[in-house]
Design a protein around this ligand. Structure first.
Ligand SMILES: [Fe+2]
Length: 300
């Protein structure tokens, strides 16, 4: 083994130390890294992301990469890298929180929770950090499932919920952070159909049970589009968002963090819009559909 794993401050995830990415990662080490990713959910590589090449070399240990569907978010010289930057203006909507205009605040979610097939994972590399805010959080939804009481596990075992694409925070039905919208609403988003997705996922690679509760996207429980279903969602979210399941990363430049998108939620805490933050991201493609397009309304 050419690396060591150290515990993070949270109950899950590991820091990878002693790995020499620049010299190349041999197949045995790549397999060990992939096993660690699946076992621990989040891997942190402090200060090791010194170039796009290093990021790509590392990312390819975990599977096929997926370029961003929109060309302007790809780095022209490395199309597998996704550029997240507000250097030329905010990427997404701007909201005022506590009197400060904030950009890139994205509450707890699973990537592509509004699609049938979530990506397997993703890896962020901090190119330019901000002075204030800008943290990213991860949350262990496998541990959150394990910690549910048996009655709740039985109650949700066969339930599905509807998940929607949300272009703005104001559309969130649950865990809405508030904030006053400062930027105009954009039109012209693709029309994503509603997705029916089980509240409990079985991880396609580890077999672990996962509490699937992407707070940004969840809309209602199928068959319980009423106060009872909404109360269940609120209860599950309150349970999952307990700090004991969370890891919050305070970024330094060149840090890289990799996550398993099937076994975690993540949240971007956002930062003042007048501070420049540049992140490069790779996405590890998912191959297993967890949900289905939902066309049929079931009476409540
Ligand atoms: Fe995300």
């Amino acid at each position: 083994m050419t690396f060591d794993l150290r515990p993070l401050s949270a109950g899950f995830g590991k820091e990878v130390v002693g790995l020499d990415i620049e010299s190349g990662i041999d197949p045995q080490t790549a397999a060990a890294l992939k096993a660690a990713w699946l076992e621990h959910g989040v891997l942190v590589f402090r200060g090791q992301g010194t170039s796009p090449e290093v990021q790509l070399k590392l990312s390819r240990c975990f599977g096929e990469l997926e370029p961003h569907p929109i060309e302007k978010f790809r780095l022209p010289e490395c199309p597998d890298l996704i550029l997240l930057s507000n250097e030329n203006g905010p990427m997404g909507p701007v909201y005022e929180f506590d009197g400060i205009p904030i950009t890139q605040r994205i509450p707890w979610h699973t990537d592509l929770a509004f699609a049938t097939t979530p990506n397997a994972g993703a890896l962020l590399r901090m190119v330019r950090k901000v002075q204030d805010g800008g943290q990213t959080g991860w949350l262990d939804t496998a541990a959150a499932y394990d910690a549910l009481d048996e009655t709740t596990k039985a109650e949700i075992a066969d339930l599905e919920a509807v998940y929607l694409f949300r272009p703005g925070l104001e559309e969130m039905r649950f865990n809405n952070p508030g904030g006053k919208r400062l930027s105009p609403r954009k039109e012209g988003y693709p029309d994503f159909p509603p997705i029916a997705n089980p509240l409990v996922w079985t991880h396609p690679e580890t077999g672990r049970k996962i509490l699937n509760i992407s707070t940004l996207n969840i809309d209602y429980v199928i068959g319980q589009r009423n106060e009872k279903g909404d109360a269940l969602i609120r209860r599950l979210i309150e349970h999952a968002l307990d700090p004991r399941f969370q890891y919050i990363h305070e970024w330094e430049n060149n840090d890289m963090v990799l996550w398993d998108n099937r076994r975690t939620m993540h949240a971007a805490m956002g930062h003042p819009v007048d501070q420049i933050r540049i992140v490069h991201r790779t996405t590890i493609k998912g191959h297993v559909a967890m949900g289905r397009v939902y066309t049929q309304e079931v009476p409540a």
